[in-house]
Write a protein that binds this ligand. Structure first.
Ligand SMILES: *[C@@H]1O[C@H](CO)[C@@H](O)[C@H](O)[C@H]1NC(C)=O
Ligand SMILES: *[C@@H]1O[C@H](CO)[C@@H](O)[C@H](O)[C@H]1NC(C)=O
Ligand SMILES: *[C@@H]1O[C@H](CO)[C@@H](O)[C@H](O)[C@H]1NC(C)=O
Ligand SMILES: *[C@@H]1O[C@H](CO)[C@@H](O)[C@H](O)[C@H]1NC(C)=O
Ligand SMILES: *[C@@H]1O[C@H](CO)[C@@H](O)[C@H](O)[C@H]1NC(C)=O
Length: 399
């Protein structure tokens, strides 16, 4: 019979070999198990150590945070405490984040409400030490934005630093639409408010680096801006909102027509070589359209409209007329116009001056409310306002 035969001796040898092998395996297994156990003990204790350290870090963080919050609360309380009995003011960490560079060089001529003058452009230049350009990401996707600003040209600002009982602050203001009638300050948008903060809405034309180009603005050049927020129609516009009757009279402050004298166009072209360096307008033609839009609204003050010749005896200055506030909605607190009497024997001839984009524009208005724009020259006074951008900055972004 053929087959595999293992001799007795060979069988014994194989048995020993297997036994030794098993022994070696079980010893090494035991050693591995031992090593593993030690290692895992070490790991477990390491984990416990780390857990303890993590817990103590978290505890420390929590208590640090609580301490910090307590310190912040204390500081806030300290900062918002009245500084003295005479000056009962509260302070919050608010200062301007940027400045408006607008075509309205002075308060006079600045529209009384936003969006009345679609061509009214302004650059809002953000202060990069307070606001990194990344803060503006996404803003250009909105068509309009709210702007909170300071009425920095109010001549009665210093009053607000006084004790309220001594400030002589006026609770009621004259409203142009009411022909001199008065309203409580909070029923108007008068700049003369206990807290001189303005709110307006503007069209967002473009955003570039730390700058924004706006249009439809009613903001005077140099206005400090406190905040910008997107305009969100579904919650910011209320269809059924009601206003008092005196606000419904819409055409009260418009003029009959605006036309230009024969010499005006060439006078503007002469001025343009200087003006265009700072201007947000592409051409003299576009600037002329701006003048037309601005003067379509009667920008004279109430007293000038009623008695244009009394106004002539006044000195040319920017001080308010009396203690009353003769305005409603905007920076132009007295709607002051610089006037000069012409040598003409016809005493009805009153020439008004409007400063737009640093250009001094002279015009007259006849009894029927027709505006005739006479002349334009570079304004000496406002030649070096530091405008960091002009039309060329925005050219590519406007079309
Ligand atoms: C920008 O903000 C800083 C810090 O508040 C301030 O010191 C600086 O004067 C501001 N710059 C301008 C141009 O307003
Ligand atoms: C106007 O203000 C002056 C001080 O600025 C004050 O002496 C005067 O009494 C005020 N007049 C009225 C009518 O309030
Ligand atoms: C227009 O203004 C310019 C510059 O001030 C002056 O030279 C010119 O005489 C004025 N023209 C008229 C018609 O008043
Ligand atoms: C504007 O021009 C008139 C006369 O041409 C002058 O009296 C007035 O001071 C000028 N205003 C400014 C701000 O340059
Ligand atoms: C305007 O600029 C001129 C030089 O071009 C300078 O002499 C003058 O002091 C500046 N005015 C202001 C108010 O900075």
């Amino acid at each position: 019979m053929k087959g595999i035969f293992i001799s007795e001796a060979n069988g014994l040898r194989l048995g020993i070999t297997l036994t030794v092998t098993f022994a070696v395996i079980s010893i090494s297994t035991a050693i591995s198990a031992y090593v593993f156990k030690r290692k895992s003990n070490a790991l477990n204790s390491k984990i416990r150590e780390l857990e303890a350290s993590l817990k103590s870090s978290i505890d420390k963080c929590v208590s640090e945070r609580q301490g910090r919050i307590r310190a912040q609360q204390a500081l806030r309380k300290e900062l918002t405490q009245p500084k003295s009995e005479n000056l009962k003011l509260t302070y919050y960490p608010m200062s301007p984040i940027g400045t408006i560079h607008s075509c309205f060089s002075t308060r006079n001529g600045t529209p009384r409400q936003p969006l009345l003058v679609p061509l009214a452009r302004a650059s809002l230049v953000f202060n990069t030490t307070r606001v990194p350009p990344a803060s503006l990401e996404g803003l250009a996707e909105y068509s309009h934005c709210w702007i909170l600003y300071v009425f920095h040209l109010n001549t009665d600002l210093e009053k607000l630093w006084k004790n309220p009982s001594q400030s002589g602050f006026k609770a009621k203001v004259r409203v142009p639409r009411l022909k001199g009638g008065k309203m409580g300050v909070f029923a108007t948008r008068s700049p003369h408010r206990p807290c001189p903060i303005g709110l307006t809405v503007a069209k967002v034309e473009a955003v570039h680096e730390n700058m924004m180009l706006l249009s439809g603005v009613d903001l005077v050049d140099g206005t400090p801006v406190l905040d910008v927020k997107p305009y969100v129609p579904y919650c910011d516009s209320i269809k059924e909102a009601a206003v008092p009757n005196w606000l419904m009279v819409d055409n009260l402050l418009t003029v009959a027509s605006v036309s230009f004298s024969g010499e005006f166009t060439s006078a503007l072209e002469n001025c343009w070589t200087i003006a265009e360096k700072k201007s947000l307008y592409a051409s003299p033609g576009e600037f002329q359209s701006l003048i037309k839009q601005v003067l379509s609204w009667d920008i004279r003050s109430l007293s000038q409209r009623n008695r244009p010749h009394d106004a002539l005896s006044k000195k040319e200055n920017d001080e308010p007329l009396a203690n009353t506030s003769d305005v409603d909605e905007h920076q132009d607190e007295t709607a002051f116009v610089h006037e000069s009497e012409q040598n003409s024997p016809n005493s009805m001839e009153v020439i008004y001056h409007l400063i737009l984009d640093g250009l001094n524009i002279s015009y007259k208005i006849d009894q029927d409310g027709n505006v005739i724009v006479e002349n334009v020259s570079n304004s000496a006074v406002l030649d070096n306002s530091s405008n960091s951008c002009n039309y060329l900055t925005w050219k590519d972004k406007l079309q």
